[in-house]
Design a protein around this ligand. Sequence first.
Ligand SMILES: C[S@@+](CC[C@H](N)C(=O)[O-])C[C@H]1O[C@@H](n2cnc3c(N)ncnc32)[C@H](O)[C@@H]1O
Length: 127
Amino acid sequence: MSTSLSFIGHISTPYVYIKDCPRNISPDGPECKITIDKSFESGLRGLSEGDHILILYWLAEAKRDYLEDGKKGTFALRTPHRPNPIGAAVVPIIALKGNVIIVRGLDCLTGTALLDIKPAIYKENNQ
Ligand SMILES: C[S@@+](CC[C@H](N)C(=O)[O-])C[C@H]1O[C@@H](n2cnc3c(N)ncnc32)[C@H](O)[C@@H]1O
């Protein structure tokens, strides 16, 4: 079984530098654009505005670190620095047209690679 990943698109946000990224997602943040590669566009069938989606993205500039001390361990935190630097966010779709999804308030650098999208199992305050 191969363990390689393929990116399916990319995320555009207002953030060019890590220092400008918000610490985490925020429902009232700026609009962000998720562009799916054209070859995967048909995979969006069945999603519509207002649906909550789980977005998985690759935090390429993170350190592949593992926290062995401190009050909380890596897996009790949302730190980008982890053995597999996968970012996750549950957000509602603001707009969906063709291969582009608009959402609000992502926390990643512009150009961040997209790994996957799934319909979210969403409960208020329990992502
Ligand atoms: C705390 S992580 C949370 C990511 C995701 N919302 C999660 O919970 O898995 C968000 C931080 O990752 C960092 N970050 C954003 N984009 C990144 C990238 N492309 N590579 C490495 N770090 C990134 C920024 O410091 C940002 O504040």
